[in-house]
Ligand binder design. Structure first.
Ligand code: GTP
Length: 444
């Protein structure tokens, strides 16, 4: 099964470039810990999923379409891929114009979107024809700008119209809380509320959390988007690189299977990914990993809603309630654990079947799934990823709705949106949709 990546705006294109590099580096990894035959089979599966082998050429091509309203980032991303010499982007599958969307969702959605639709959808169609079996789309974008969010939302709606039977998963980058763009919360509310209608799932990555992982776990002093994107791509790859169900060892983690396990209800589409371990290459050399310890920490990251293993609050227990009877710990609708590396088959994961981790109406046997892959990933002898549909998004969602609503109540900057054709009712619809999503998550 193959997946097409749609890279939207500056952030989407930079993350996409990093994703294909992370994946291609993983195929070339020397510390794979399986036989050469198994390693080759794994590599072939990865290529089929993410790349297209062009007859008669050594170099593989990413199954990707790139969209931005300015050409600089796309040109740089293509060049970096080509220089790396392992993979490249397909020719003529890039769409750019001369001017960005000025961090304005309405400019992207109402003006650029309809103008670019036909050409971009032709590119997507061309990419889809190269797949023997298409499982769906992974679209990458940030919530705060104007192109990824506005044009990206429009393109996602077009994908849904033209590929009604394919899955669509979005990966969205949440802006820094302190905010680089004054209207970022408007853009985020408009994007998320629209994507909720079209996407099958939305993977949330918060720049603030990723930044902390870079500084505290990876020990990076001057953090760039490149560093942050490496963390994002480690997370995405740990979900999407081949792994199979531990029950039958046959079912593969294609988009359909992932969605089947994690998104059973259309009101709950927000997913978060937690990983362990995450450390600098230097530290990996001097570390040894044990499954019981890794899984205990990862479980507590879930319970205490922590983004990383350092500084987890161990005082929070599954089942804890506040004196007023509201939930203190993080509860889930579904969790998918992906184990990679040594001894994955014999690892005990029964602690993830604890009913207290789940909402009262989830049967843990159905809410929990485990995938395994004996081949090591990204130089880690053992590593785990936990993909959750849980209460985690409540906090960031609350934050953007509150901030955006305060601005909207004063009608601040609204004219910048209405001048491109958006109405005040469109804002209100966005708030209503997200308030409903928030209310649903609070019920978990
Ligand atoms: P316009 O600039 O309005 O045309 O839209 P755009 O979609 O190209 O904007 P962009 O993707 O730059 O969106 C800005 C938001 O994305 C801010 O929250 C940035 O912090 C974030 N961002 C931009 N580039 C990256 C990146 O490479 N990685 C990460 N993680 N975040 C990024």
């Amino acid at each position: 099964m193959s997946m097409i990546t749609v890279q939207l705006g500056q952030c989407g294109n930079q993350v996409g470039g990093q994703l294909f590099s992370t994946i291609s580096n993983d195929i070339d990894g020397k510390q794979h810990m399986v036989s050469s035959k198994e390693n080759k089979e794994y590599g072939d599966q990865v290529v089929q999923r993410f790349f297209n082998r062009v007859d008669g050429r050594d170099i593989i091509e990413a199954r990707a379409v790139m969209v931005d309203m300015e050409s600089k980032v796309i040109a740089k991303t293509c060049l970096e891929a080509k220089k790396g010499g392992k993979w490249k982007y397909p020719d003529k599958q890039q769409y750019c114009q001369k001017r960005g969307s000025g961090n304005n969702w309405a400019h992207g959605y109402c003006v650029h979107g309809p103008n670019v639709k036909e050409t971009v959808m032709e590119m997507v169609q061309k990419e889809a024809e190269k797949c023997d079996r298409l499982s769906g789309f992974l679209s990458l974008l940030s919530l705060a700008g104007g192109t990824g969010s506005g044009v990206g939302t429009f393109i996602n709606e077009s994908l849904r119209d033209e590929f009604p039977h394919s899955f669509i998963m979005n990966q969205v980058v949440w802006p820094y809380n302190t905010g680089e763009v004054i209207v970022q919360n408007y853009n985020a509310v408009l994007t998320l509320s629209h994507l909720y209608q079209t996407a099958d799932a939305i993977v949330v990555m918060e720049n603030d959390h990723l930044h902390k992982i870079c500084s505290r776990l990876l020990d990076i002093k001057k953090i760039s988007f490149k560093d942050i994107n490496q963390v994002i791509c480690h997370k995405l790859s740990s979900l999407f690189l081949p792994a199979s169900s531990s029950d039958d060892n046959i079912s593969q983690n294609d988009l359909g299977m992932i969605l089947h396990h994690l998104v059973g209800h259309p009101e709950y589409k927000l997913l978060t990914i937690r990983n362990i371990p995450q450390m600098s290459d230097r530290s990996i050399e001097f570390s040894s990993f044990h499954w019981p310890g890794l899984l205990k920490h990862l479980r507590q990251m879930l319970v205490a809603d922590a983004a990383m293993e350092e500084g987890i609050d161990w005082q929070v227990n599954a089942g804890d309630e506040t004196p007023r009877g509201s939930v203190r710990h993080n509860r889930s609708l579904a969790n998918m654990l992906v184990l990679r590396g040594k001894d994955v088959i014999s690892t005990d994961t029964s602690s993830y079947l604890d009913p207290k981790l789940y909402t009262s109406w989830t049967d843990p046997e159905l809410g929990f799934s485990k995938l395994i892959q004996p081949r090591a990933f990204n130089n880690y002898e053992k590593c785990a990823a936990l993909i959750s549909n849980s209460r985690s998004p409540i906090r960031p969602l609350n934050h953007i709705i509150d901030k955006a609503w305060n601005m909207f109540a004063a009608r601040a900057y609204v004219h910048q949106y209405t001048q491109h054709g958006l109405n005040e009712e469109d804002f209100i619809d966005g708030f209503v949709t997200l308030e409903q999503v928030l209310a649903s998550y609070k019920k978990l």
